[in-house]
Design a protein around this ligand. Structure first.
Ligand SMILES: Nc1ncnc2c1ncn2[C@@H]1O[C@H](COP(=O)(O)OP(=O)(O)OP(=O)(O)O)[C@@H](O)[C@H]1O
Length: 330
């Protein structure tokens, strides 16, 4: 049984312009020790997918489908149960560390919170554990700095502290949503290196969300490309980037042949605009921007097609894409 099994997850939000189906039929599994990357442009539904795993969706969001953690269904689970799991078995690291840190409390007390809430540690035991955690995530002189406040740390150190907080209870699943976007490139590399080490060391599963192709290419064994609320292509990262098949992925990769984190701090631009989720036409969400579009693309929601080992793309024009790729000069 996979650690995480997401099946046909759809999320509909209430918006001023009516219901918006912001996430559509997303399915994937994640095993312990595995890192999957979720990549896509702003508004494609990455964050909502991540938040759904923690039961942290905006009020009024309707969720259908299934999210199972070791077989336990989380869609429709009680708030009490989700609270038990959050920060304990599933933890999240956000883009902006100050979202997770309270500026008026010393960092040590904040990292200790999940330990006290979920593991019942007393103050002295929690403090000892917190110092060890801060030390592990690379905060020098942790025993002295544990009583300092968030503003006394740099942005990179604050993100290290939120990682310590996320790790405190030894979660099985870590969800990191743009964990390094707010940091400069050198610090980004250090933090991602730390996360990689921790995932390996602790055998956690990691869902890494990023708009940065390089971050995903460097860190995730498996990649899911999101567009207009759907996963339009997924597979082993190497294959998705070396042999993209869905025209949207193709456009992203073609625009950025060198996949390194430094090169790809921004998602390449593709002509046209992201579809309006409150008014998404039937058919393929990319149809309005795609050069392969035929009439049927506006009618049929493309089913997942297997295009290689564990590599799936949603497009009804795969043959035309393939023919072009074969005809293209190497
Ligand atoms: N609380 C909310 N109320 C209404 N619409 C929302 C809400 N949160 C997100 N949305 C909309 O849902 C869609 C998907 O948002 P989501 O944040 O998941 O995208 P994303 O791919 O993570 O983009 P970004 O990288 O900008 O965060 C967007 O169109 C967004 O405007």
């Amino acid at each position: 049984m996979p650690l995480l099994d997401v099946s046909d997850l759809s999320i509909t939000l209430r918006t001023q312009r009516g219901p918006a189906r912001a996430v559509r039929d997303v399915s994937f599994t994640l095993d312990r020790g595995e890192t999957a990357g979720l990549v896509g442009e702003s508004g494609s539904g990455k964050t909502l997918t991540a938040l759904a795993l923690l039961g942290l969706l905006p009020e009024g969001a309707q969720v259908t489908g299934s999210i199972r953690l070791e077989g336990e269904e989380l869609v429709g689970a009680s708030e009490d149960r989700l609270c038990d799991l959050r920060g304990n078995r599933i933890a999240m690291v956000f883009q902006e560390p100050m979202t997770a840190l309270n500026p008026v409390h010393p960092v040590g007390r904040q990292v200790a919170e999940p330990l006290r809430a979920h593991k019942g540690l007393d103050a002295a035991a929690a403090r000892k554990e917190v110092i060890a955690l801060l030390d592990r995530v690379g905060i020098a002189e942790a025993a002295r700095r544990v009583d300092q406040y968030p503003h006394q740390f740099s942005g990179g150190q604050r993100q290290r502290i939120t990682i310590a907080m996320a790790l405190a209870c030894g979660p099985d699943l870590l969800v990191a949503d743009e964990p390094t976007t707010a940091l400069d490139v050198m610090v980004q590399q250090q933090i991602l290196g730390l996360v990689r080490e921790l995932v390996r060391e602790r055998g956690m599963a990691l869902l890494l969300v990023s708009h940065n192709l390089g971050v995903i290419a460097d860190n995730a064994a498996r990649t899911m490309v999101m567009y207009g609320g759907s996963v339009v292509e997924s597979g082993p990262t190497r294959d998705v980037f070396a042999r993209p098949r869905m025209p949207y992925t193709l456009g992203l990769v073609a625009a950025r042949p060198r996949l390194t984190t430094q090169q790809l701090d921004r998602l390449p631009t593709i002509a046209g605009t992201v579809p309006d989720l409150a008014d998404l036409p039937a058919g393929c969400p990319f149809a309005g921007r795609c050069r392969y579009t035929v009439d049927a693309c506006f009618v049929t929601s493309p089913p997942p097609e297997i295009v290689g080992p564990s590599h799936v793309a949603r497009c009804i024009r795969l043959d035309a894409v393939q023919a072009d790729l074969q005809g293209a000069p190497a």
